[in-house]
Structures are given as structure tokens and as C-alpha cells.
Design a protein around this ligand. Structure first.
Ligand SMILES: NC(=O)c1ccc[n+]([C@@H]2O[C@H](COP(=O)([O-])OP(=O)(O)OC[C@H]3O[C@@H](n4cnc5c(N)ncnc54)[C@H](O)[C@@H]3O)[C@@H](O)[C@H]2O)c1
Length: 362
């Protein structure tokens, strides 16, 4: 088990990497010894609970933690679930010295983190992410929140956990679609920051698909390190942190156009293809990179095509993406690890790029 210390602004917290689920308890005990909370609570994604019931129940007994299971669908990432968490904490007499463990994917981490950021003006929490997206991305960087009136993550805060515990074993029970979704985000990290990781994925795609500990551990640790560097420099998302949105504007519009039948990471993966095509036009990006990425998607079984069902709504979603002002602005790349943020892009350029990529024959 290895521990990384993360410094973000004036705050500092540890990221633990464990190979087996049993080792999580060792990390937890270490953290609890440091903070000595008056009461401990475990708030768990119900799907994760159903798969890991005996582990969760044992942990609650051993750690004397009170358990609440929550439903972690995107449509339940709302104020009702936040209220249910407040009700539970009030009923169980949680106070400012209490500590909450969030166990689940990005939805659990975001919503439990938000409830903790506001309950009694902030109580301590530990994030134990269980999906590839949450282990590589959402558990690090302090963004917590929920969807309001169907606008994704529109209510939120910057609030860091006291620790993050990443256990790769959880990935083994992820549905295939969710695993592929996470790989979309990992490819994003490689394009915006890390040439070596892209080479690694191209060479080791079979190991990755077999969820080998060696390959997953390499990818997750690299992504966490990239995110650490980016959010340390720009915690409040005022500049550099924008690069993490590569592929996301189109991705978000695809999620909306597909009525969320396309998962977040898959939509981002499709958005990356469009962003690469626009980057070719705007910055003369080497066309070989697009072919490499298409080839990598094919090897990893990531979706390459998507037909927009309603262009007007799609463009509307793009314009209303909170990352855009009235102009449509994208993160583009000039080369691997050379990003340009807030590049103005016209609707015509977007349509052309879509026709040449995800609606084309690739
Ligand atoms: N805070 C951030 O910086 C940030 C960054 C990226 C994404 N997000 C948010 O994260 C959410 C997406 O996260 P996600 O992809 O982890 O989705 P998720 O939390 O919805 O999890 C995906 C599915 O996998 C299930 N699941 C979780 N762990 C499992 C496991 N180990 N085995 C089997 N099933 C498991 C869940 O119940 C769910 O059905 C979105 O709401 C997005 O807005 C936040």
C-alpha cells in the first residue's frame, strides 16, 4: 500500500492506493487515528452495497460506523438525496467532530461531499471511489455538488476530503460500459498531458482490458498525479484546470442528445474525436494522431460513432454548457500535451468536424 500526499492550496490530504478491499480498513484506521472523530458514518451507493455487502457490514461493525445507502442514478443526484443525507446525519446526531466515509462512484462522492461541505458548515469526509472515473478524476480536486432543475452539477462547492482511498479491486465488478466510460477519461488525460501514457495504452491495451493490477495501477496513479498537478495550480478552475474539459463540451451535448443513454465517459470519448478534428483545422494538428486514437478506441472497444438526433437541441446544449459563454469555446490541442483553452469555434466548424469524425465512416 502506498500513500501520496496531496497539497492543494493551503490544504493537504493523503491519497492511499490499496490493491485489495481488505486493505481499505488498514488505511481507514490510520486516518481515523489521526482525526479521532466523535462518530463515524458510512454513506454508500446502494449498488456497491449490494455487491460488497459483507465487506461493508463488517466494516461498519468494526469501525462502529452508522450506514446509509443511497441510490446513485444521475437523476437522483439532486436536492432530495442531499436532504436524505442531512436527515440521516441529524437523526444520528452527527456533529462537527463527526466524519463521513463516501463509498461509491462519482455520483456518491460528489453528493456526499456536498452534503458534508454544508452540514454544520462542513464536516470531515473520506472519499472511497469505486469506479474508474471516480478513481482517476472525480475523487481528486475538491469539486462536489448536485444537479438542480436538470442542470448538471449546477449547485456545488470546492471542498476537499481529508483522504481518498483508491482500491483497484473495485474495478473488477464494474459493468463493462462503465469501465469503457472510465477509459474515455483516461485517454483524455493522455492527450492533454502525457504522451507516455498514450504509448502505454496502445501497447498494453490487452492487459488493460483484462483489468491487470499492473496496468490499472499505472493508469490510475498517472491520472491522479496529472489531476494533482493541474488542480494544485488552479484549484478554483480559473485557467489551467479548463484543460480537463477536453472533449467535454461535445460530450455533454451528446449526453443530452442521447437522453443520457450514452455514458459520460463514452460521450467524452466521442467529444475527443470531434475536438481532434477541429484541432486539425484550427491548429494543423498532425492527422496521424486522429488515426492513432481511432485505432486505440477500436482495440479497447470504445464507441466510434454517434448520429446526432436533433441538431438544434444539440447546439442548444453546447451553448448552455456552463463552460461556454454565448460564444462556443473549446479546449483544443496543438499536439499531445499542448492545449489551447477557450478557443472560439463556430457552429459550421463543429458540424463539419462531426461529419468528418463521429458521423463519418471511422
Ligand atoms: N467532481 C468532479 O470533479 C467530477 C469529475 C468527473 C465526473 N464527475 C461526476 O461523476 C459522476 C459520474 O461518475 P461515475 O462514472 O463514477 O458514475 P456513477 O457514480 O454513476 O457510477 C456508475 C455506475 O456504476 C455503479 N458502480 C459504482 N461502483 C461500482 C463497482 N465497483 N462495481 C459495480 N458497480 C459499481 C454505480 O452504482 C452506477 O450505477 C457524474 O455525476 C459526474 O458529474 C465529477
Amino acid at each position: 500500500m502506498k500513500k501520496n500526499s496531496i497539497d492543494i492550496g493551503i490544504e493537504k490530504y493523503s491519497i492511499y492506493f490499496t490493491e485489495t478491499i481488505e486493505q481499505i480498513k488498514i488505511s481507514l484506521k490510520e486516518i481515523i487515528n489521526v482525526y479521532n472523530p466523535s462518530k463515524l458514518f458510512l454513506i454508500c451507493d446502494i449498488n456497491v452495497y449490494n455487491i460488497y455487502k459483507s465487506f461493508v457490514n463488517e466494516m461498519c461493525i468494526e469501525m462502529k460506523a452508522e450506514l446509509l445507502n443511497i441510490c446513485c442514478l444521475e437523476e437522483k443526484k439532486n436536492i432530495d438525496t442531499v436532504s436524505a443525507i442531512y436527515d440521516f446525519l441529524i437523526e444520528k446526531h452527527a456533529n462537527r467532530d463527526s466524519m463521513v466515509i463516501a463509498l461509491g462512484g462519482g455520483i456518491a462522492g460528489d453528493i456526499v461531499g456536498f452534503a458534508c461541505s454544508t452540514y454544520m458548515r462542513g464536516i470531515k469526509f473520506i472519499n472511497v471511489p469505486t469506479t474508474l472515473i471516480s478513481q482517476t478524476d472525480s475523487s481528486v480536486g475538491g469539486k462536489v455538488g448536485y444537479n438542480y432543475k436538470d442542470i448538471k452539477n449546477s449547485i456545488g462547492a470546492f471542498y476537499n476530503p481529508k483522504a481518498v482511498i483508491i482500491c483497484i479491486d473495485f474495478i473488477k465488478t464494474l459493468p463493462e460500459e462503465q469501465f469503457k466510460s472510465g477509459l474515455g477519461e483516461v485517454i483524455k488525460y493522455s492527450l492533454i498531458y502525457d504522451k507516455e501514457m498514450l504509448n502505454y495504452m496502445e501497447t498494453n491495451y490487452k492487459d488493460i482490458l483484462n483489468i491487470s493490477y499492473r496496468s490499472l495501477s499505472y493508469l490510475i496513479k498517472n491520472c491522479v498525479e496529472i489531476k494533482r498537478q493541474v488542480v494544485t495550480e488552479d484549484f478554483k478552475d480559473e485557467g489551467l484546470r479548463n484543460i480537463l474539459n477536453f472533449g467535454h463540451s461535445i460530450g455533454h451535448a451528446i449526453e443530452v442528445d442521447s437522453h443520457y443513454s450514452i455514458s459520460h465517459g463514452e460521450a467524452v470519448a466521442l467529444g475527443i474525436l470531434v475536438a481532434l478534428k477541429i484541432s486539425e483545422g484550427k491548429f494543423n494538428l498532425d492527422k496521424n494522431l486522429y488515426s492513432r486514437i481511432v485505432n486505440l478506441y477500436a482495440n479497447l472497444g470504445i464507441r466510434l460513432n454517434y448520429d446526432i438526433s436533433n441538431y438544434d437541441e444539440f447546439m442548444n446544449a453546447l451553448r448552455h454548457d456552463k463552460k461556454n459563454d454565448q460564444n462556443i469555446r473549446f479546449v483544443l490541442i496543438k499536439d499531445i500535451a499542448k492545449c489551447e483553452i477557450k478557443v472560439k469555434v463556430t457552429e459550421d466548424e463543429i458540424r463539419t468536424a462531426i461529419k468528418e469524425s463521429i458521423e463519418g465512416d471511422s
